[in-house]
Design a protein around this ligand. Structure first.
Ligand code: UGA
Length: 442
């Protein structure tokens, strides 16, 4: 068959861009990663990944050493040698759901003309409003000289933080949204060594499928959380309810866990953007809008639970365990812990807060109110505490025994916000453990 070797450039060295770049290098392609953040590129050139993502450091080191992966160079020249440019820059959304394409346009509008007669490809990996690929192509074609041939594709990313490397090599699906069959065929060839079905479609469907998938996950989580609240109010046990629902293959067992809600760099911002986009398009997404509203209430609900379990919280010491938006990452973006800490302090002036996270402690220090004491270990955070809230379900918290909590804490009351502990066993051994969607033990 045709040789699938490609020269690829990637703009944006966040989790998506860097994993994509290093991943394709590992598959034998020649990859140049660029970023406007010179400090980040300087670090990466030395082989240092500036954030925590399992397996990514090893992947980068291996391919840097092999010479297949390089860092640096001007973003404006990204298409000089490469035939394909992945754009994986951030597209943050403000509180009103306005998705900023400033980084995307700054990349597109600065691209210098190139020479040579092959068609260059730009594949947009960033999550963007429907119609963005069309606009990018129109803008490039009106600005660049006619001999600079370019095709724009939408190749959305479905990898999760914390398992980005695994997801790159074993994707749930590969979506290629194109306007030309030739570009579709070239991008299919590039992805053919990865398992998982390849779906070639038009660019707008590809763009909407990405937003629709994240929004569906958000709806599923908010549904779980509202049902968990109903279980609490009616004396049912939500984990049992979820297990029973999950046995129906049409529902499925995944993403039904109740907790403090969805956070991170994608679900919150993509749902807000979809709601706004849908309103503007005249097809309001009432379910997604409700899922966003329900999500915002959860930290306050957890604070109320703590207040019900602990008298006079303003005079107590409370430990927060887990701060990152989910386990396996040091990412604090839209982490429920931030709202939780703020609500706790607002409603209970005087409460002393300690906090611990296996990876996100340093990142959290800059974001949490100054009154929160970030600790180096869970034991330190728990020592002398009157209650603890498990905010993020890191594996390490599951290893604690009732004896540990009783030894360290002043009063062993645990609000297990993610149902990560064996609450029955703990309750039987004298630790008050209150799960999400579960009845408090008497
Ligand atoms: C999400 C999607 O899962 C990816 O498919 C997508 O590629 C990515 O966004 C993106 O658009 O880039 P991610 O943000 O890494 O990935 O996080 P998830 O694993 O989806 O978790 C999102 C949030 O939902 C977390 O705060 C997690 O704690 C919460 N969650 C998840 C629950 O509260 N309950 C669940 O049952 C599952």
């Amino acid at each position: 068959g045709r040789n699938a070797f490609m020269k690829i450039a990637v703009i944006g060295t966040g989790v998506v861009g860097l994993t994509t770049g290093a991943g394709f290098a590992d598959l034998g392609h020649s990859v140049l990663c660029v970023d406007i953040d010179a400090a980040k590129i300087a670090q990466l050139s030395k082989g240092l990944v500036p954030y925590y993502e399992p397996g990514l450091q090893e992947l980068v080191t291996r391919n840097l050493d092999a010479g297949r992966l390089q860092f640096g160079g001007a973003p404006s020249h990204a298409l000089r040698d490469a035939e394909l440019l992945f754009v994986a820059v951030g597209t943050p959304t403000d509180d009103h759901g306005e998705m900023s394409l400033a980084s995307l346009w700054s990349v597109i509008d600065r691209l210098e003309p190139w020479t040579g007669d092959s068609v260059k490809m730009i594949a947009i990996k960033s999550t963007v409003p429907v119609g963005t690929a069309d606009r990018v192509e129109a803008r490039l074609r009106s600005r660049l000289p006619e001999e600079c041939l370019v095709d724009v594709a939408s190749v959305p990313e479905f990898m999760r933080e914390g398992s980005a490397v695994r997801d790159f090599f074993d994707p749930s699906r590969i979506v290629i949204g194109v306007a030309s069959p030739e570009t579709g065929a070239r991008l299919e060839l590039l992805h053919r060594r990865l398992p998982g079905g390849i779906i070639v479609t038009d660019r707008r469907s590809s763009e909407l499928a990405k937003l629709a998938s994240n929004a569906f996950l958000a709806v599923k989580i908010s549904y779980a959380n509202e049902m968990a609240a109903l279980a609490e109010q009616t004396g049912a046990d939500y984990p049992s309810v979820a297990k029973i629902m999950g046995h129906d293959p049409r529902i499925g067992p995944l993403f039904l866990n109740a907790g403090l809600g969805f956070g991170g760099s994608c679900l919150p911002k993509d749902t807000r953007a979809l709601v706004r986009l849908a309103d503007e398009a005249g097809a309001p997404q009432t379910l997604v809008a409700a899922a966003v509203r329900a999500n915002v209430m959860l930290p306050l609900r957890t604070v109320r639970k703590l207040e019900a379990a602990l008298s006079d919280p303003g005079r107590r010491k409370v430990a927060l365990l887990g701060l990152a938006f989910k386990p396996g990452t040091d990412d604090m973006r839209e982490a429920p812990s931030l709202r939780l800490a703020a609500e706790l302090l607002r409603r209970n002036p005087g409460v002393r807060l300690t906090a611990y996270d296996p990876a996100a402690g340093e990142a959290a220090r800059k974001l949490l109110p100054g009154a929160v004491k970030i600790c180096a270990t869970a034991e330190e955070a728990l020592t002398g505490a009157d209650a603890a809230i498990i905010v993020t379900e890191w594996r390490e918290f599951r290893l604690f025994q009732a004896e540990d909590f009783k030894k360290w804490m002043n009063r062993p009351i645990i609000i297990d916000g993610r149902n990560s502990l064996d609450s029955e066993a703990l309750n039987a051994q004298g630790v008050v453990c209150i799960g999400a969607g579960r009845l408090p033990a008497i």
